[in-house]
Design a protein around this ligand. Structure first.
Ligand SMILES: Cc1cc2nc3c(=O)[nH]c(=O)nc-3n(C[C@H](O)[C@H](O)[C@H](O)COP(=O)(O)O)c2cc1C
Length: 201
């Protein structure tokens, strides 16, 4: 079962990250999850869900009412735990996703700061030339933010903004979330059937 790192940070759109977790587990991946403190604050405000970073479990993160067949396994790592396997290049992974990714986290990674486990694991993915998918959510964007995205892209990261398309005629917010999650899964090489693909029946 391949390891995928999923970091959830304090940008709006926590639902993207939670849905991605659900889909990756249903696809029988081992998902190594870490959250920033700001992510818990945004989750509280957006979803009215409280989580304790000291003792977080899968139930805390699955979307409410989820009936997903959880075939994979979630491993949780505290954002300050630099002893976690994902802090080292010797720990094998099939990639890392930061979803949603705040501008603060994006800038920290672009600058190589590594001041928490999320930044460190992202650094590791870049230095090991592994897939790093960053899902920023911000609008409008300053030149500083655009510059940091360019830096990360040049270093090998995939910048995949949380920008749902409308050509698949979404009927609900869930459809719009799935559009973005499906694009992330395409990047990870995880085969999912969440939205109708352009050019297919
Ligand atoms: C309700 C709420 C929504 C936010 N939305 C965004 C956002 O969409 N994008 C962003 O870059 N920051 C957003 N922020 C600000 C970040 O949470 C803040 O910059 C934080 O320091 C990011 O920390 P982190 O990168 O460690 O998660 C939001 C904050 C709150 C409280």
């Amino acid at each position: 079962m391949s390891n995928i790192v999923l970091a959830i940070t304090g940008a709006s759109g926590i639902s993207y990250g939670l849905r991605l977790l659900e889909v990756l587990l249903a696809a029988e991946r081992s998902v190594h999850v870490t959250l920033s403190p700001a992510a818990t604050e945004v989750m509280r405000l957006e979803l009215e869900r409280e989580v304790d970073l000291k003792s977080l479990t899968l139930i805390d993160l699955l979307p409410s009412g989820s009936t997903a067949d959880v075939g994979g396994h979630m491993y949780y790592h505290h954002y300050q735990d630099f002893t976690a396997g994902i802090a080292s290049g010797s720990f094998p992974t099939a990639g890392m996703v930061i979803c949603p990714c705040s501008m603060g986290t994006l800038a920290s990674i672009a600058s190589g700061l590594s001041s928490n486990l999320i930044h460190r694991a992202a650094d590791v993915h870049l230095k090991e030339r592994r897939k790093l998918i960053v899902v920023p959510r911000e609008t409008p964007l300053s030149s500083i933010q655009l510059g940091k995205m360019k830096q990360l892209s040049d270093a090998g990261a995939v910048i995949l903004p949380a920008m749902p398309g409308f050509y698949h005629q979404p009927q609900s917010i869930a459809d719009m979330i799935d559009f973005v999650v499906a694009r992330i899964c395409d990047q990870l090489g995880v085969d999912v059937d969440l939205t109708r693909r352009w050019g297919t029946a």
